[in-house]
Write a protein that binds this ligand. Structure first.
Ligand code: AGP
Length: 608
């Protein structure tokens, strides 16, 4: 939700900011803008639409001279996308310019106070209120003005602030929104995340809530809200620029689909030794034995991982699992005690709904475990324990490799919990673990055989409505298949538990309706096929997704078929998700959609 970046150093700022914004565009792409201090005054260039419009308007940054500036890419909340509502926002007198990620919840009352004191506003945004408020408190020292103003802000914010009268200084401050600062030989930075600066430096510091950073050419200083100076650690980021680049692929999504075998291998390896899963560093064995319940709270695809995890953990460990949408968790009065584990799953580690669910779980006295991809993110920092997925930076808005790595972690948790609770025979445990280790190789096989999936996508890309059906884990996976297709191809689709379709929704099935039957789960395949026959009898065209060994049985009912290698049932979704991702990708490609940046979406959803 919005990306912010700032630079001060020996080089011209605008091109550096535009490059940083290009790497942050996945956070929002309704409009973009930069504010450059030319040593005398602040010049703002901003434009509605994609960053390319701003690049053209500013001549790649050449039109905006100056070595200090801030930039923003927006996902609109307050006020529709427009030039006026684009950031940076400037105080009425042009002295203060700010960029903002988050929502200032009390902006209306602050605005009223400022209007009553004669301030005039140009936009509908909450951010302009913060710019005017900082200017209102400005008395010759920008650090003091920011510290004074933010005490009045409620909500979430990461702010970058420049002041015309102090041409060597950027002030950054955050509360419930991510902010880092970074150091290089040619100057220093602040940004929403490491991605924005990775081509310049790997040395960063993560800010905590309410801390203030003063970024100058010659160094960065940190302060408490009441301006006591504090020391903070520098960290070295452990991935490089190629992880954030397309590396010749047309789309990040495709690159990230292809990276899944390695990502899964990297994620599981640290937790497996001597033929056992060892999560004791994050989950104490005695604690696990006493668990009365596990909650999983997450959003979107991460929630879908939770739905599969519920089936697998309950099946293997016989511990009850409830999966709750993170946005509902706080409001569902969850029954939680010290023997309840709340697992929050999040790629970004910044999803506001998930972060709030985790806070609520802690408030209620549960232990919290986060499964997170981004190190140093808010959810990772506020959880009792963290398991990091090692997917590397995921840039396409539609998640693929993060989903697969999260799923693999939940299989580790299922196995470990089952062993701690003495609920699984050794032979079964060994079989699953050995199959888990072979998932990367089997994924490679599916990726190599993708021509059939591409062909089927070409056959069906003109459909406007379709259904995914499945039972048990196949149903849980259908939820993800449907979301993937919807979000990047804009085709309406629904995922249904196969047995549920006949209770109403089957009335939507007419001649040539495409129904994708995920039928990989051997125990229930006959049942799913009966449901496939029901829709066929009403004219539907059925595509099946199944395993090599079920191919004949499923193929006898369906009109066309995609197969995946055989594996243990617990791991079927880890393989079957690949054809679903590829199908969505190719359909979106044939429809000419903007695959990496689908309309209305942003990668990191930091508002509730
Ligand atoms: C998936 O493709 C989506 N982009 C979305 O549903 C995402 O999974 C959801 O917003 C949760 O994000 P998180 O994993 O970063 O918390």
């Amino acid at each position: 939700m919005c990306g912010i970046v700032g630079y001060t150093g020996s080089k011209q700022a605008a091109p550096i900011l535009l490059e940083g914004l290009a790497r942050l565009e996945y956070r929002g792409y309704d409009s973009a803008g930069i504010a450059i201090n030319d040593g005398d005054k602040i010049n703002v260039v901003k434009a509605m639409g994609r960053l390319a419009v701003l690049c053209e308007k500013s001549n790649g940054g050449a039109a905006a001279p100056g070595c200090i500036g801030i930039g923003h890419t927006r996902w609109a909340t307050h006020g529709k996308p427009s030039d006026a509502n684009s950031h940076p926002h400037v105080s009425e007198n042009g002295r203060i310019a700010i960029v903002h990620n988050g929502i200032i919840e009390n902006y209306a009352s602050l605005k009223e106070m400022l209007v009553n004191r004669g301030r005039v506003f140009k936009s509908e945004t909450d951010t302009e209120v913060a710019a005017q408020l900082i200017d209102y408190y400005y008395n010759g020292n920008i650090l003091e003005a920011v510290s004074r103003a933010v005490r009045e802000l409620e909500g979430s914010y990461a702010l970058g602030v420049v002041c015309a009268d102090e041409p060597n200084t950027i002030v950054g401050v955050k509360s419930h929104a991510p902010l880092i600062v970074a150091y290089s030989d040619d100057g220093n930075f602040f940004a929403s995340d490491v991605m924005a600066v990775i081509s310049h430096t790997k040395t960063v510091t993560y800010l905590e809530d309410d801390e203030i950073a003063v970024v100058r050419n010659d160094g960065i200083k940190f302060y408490t809200p009441f301006l006591d100076e504090i020391k903070k650690e520098k960290c070295i980021v452990d991935w490089d620029i190629s992880a954030a680049d397309k590396c010749g692929y047309e789309h990040y999504m495709y690159k990230e689909i292809m990276e899944q075998p390695d990502a899964v291998r990297r994620t599981i390896e640290p937790y497996i030794s001597d033929g056992r899963v060892d999560l004791s560093a994050v989950l104490d064995r005695d604690y696990v034995k006493k668990l009365n319940r596990i909650f999983i709270a997450a959003c979107g695809s991460s929630y879908h991982v939770g739905v599969i995890a519920k089936y697998n953990i309950e099946k293997l460990a016989r511990v009850p699992v409830e999966v709750v949408l993170a946005s509902e968790f706080r409001y569902c009065d969850p029954i939680v005690d010290q023997n309840t584990l709340v697992i929050c799953i999040s790629q970004s580690g910044e999803t506001a709904d998930t972060l709030e669910a985790q806070r609520e779980a802690k408030r209620l006295g549960a232990a919290t475990l986060a499964i997170v991809n981004v190190e140093g993110s808010s959810i990772a920092k506020s959880a009792d324990k963290v398991i990091y997925t090692k997917a590397g930076p995921e840039i396409a808005v539609a998640t693929t490799k993060a989903y697969s790595t999260q799923l693999a972690v939940t299989v580790l948790i299922a196995l470990y919990t089952a062993e701690c609770c003495e609920a699984i025979p050794d032979s079964e445990y060994d079989k699953i673990l050995s199959e888990l280790l072979s998932v990367p190789e089997k994924m490679l096989k599916i990726l190599d055989d993708k021509a059939n999936i591409q062909y089927l996508a070409y056959q069906h890309f003109n459909n406007e409505d379709l259904f995914f059906i499945g039972r048990n884990i196949d149903y849980a996976l259908s939820l993800e298949g449907s979301l993937k297709l919807k979000e990047i191809s804009y085709i309406h689709s629904e995922a249904y538990a196969a047995g549920e379709l006949k209770h109403g929704t089957i009335s939507l099935v007419v001649d040539d309706t495409l129904v994708i039957a995920v039928a990989s789960y051997g125990r229930l395949v006959e049942k799913t096929l009966s449901n496939a026959l029901e829709v066929k009898a009403r004219g539907a065209h059925v595509m099946g997704i199944t395993t090599e060994s079920l191919k004949q049985k499923v193929g006898a009912v369906t009109d066309e078929i995609i197969t995946i290698p055989d594996t243990h049932e617990v791991l079927l979704p880890s393989l079957a998700v690949l054809p679903l991702q590829l199908f969505a990708y190719y359909v979106a490609l044939y429809r000419g959609c903007d695959i990496d940046k689908p309309r209305n979406l942003a990668k990191s959803v930091t508002v509730e």
